[in-house]
Design a protein around this ligand. Sequence first.
Ligand SMILES: [Zn+2]
Ligand SMILES: [Zn+2]
Length: 130
Amino acid sequence: MRMLAGRCFCGAVRYSVADEFVYAMNCHCSNCRAATGSAFKPFGGIQREKLEVTDGDDVLLVHGDDDSNDTRCGVCGSFLYSVVRDGEYVHVAYGSLVDAPSLRPTKHIFVGSKAPWFEITDDLPQFEEH
Ligand SMILES: [Zn+2]
Ligand SMILES: [Zn+2]
């Protein structure tokens, strides 16, 4: 199994995730924009057990509870991944990956609430919500 490396900005947290993302998309919802400080959040979904934090487990900043949260580096604040779907899956923020995943984002979601100053210029399908 090919593994992908990921890290936060300061390097205190490192993780390893299987290159087996089940889905990937760009979310333009206001929560993802606020959480990342970006126009949208590119992320990939994968079974939680396929991601392992290899460094900095003790400095993680977890916003939420064990089954549903956003996980960041507690030192530099980088957004790393979210635990979703009753704790079964993680949504890995693609920007935190060091290596390139085989599955690229396939669509734009929540385009109905995208930032008005940002224009989507690719040909991926767009959805008002999910
Ligand atoms: Zn960090
Ligand atoms: Zn979102």
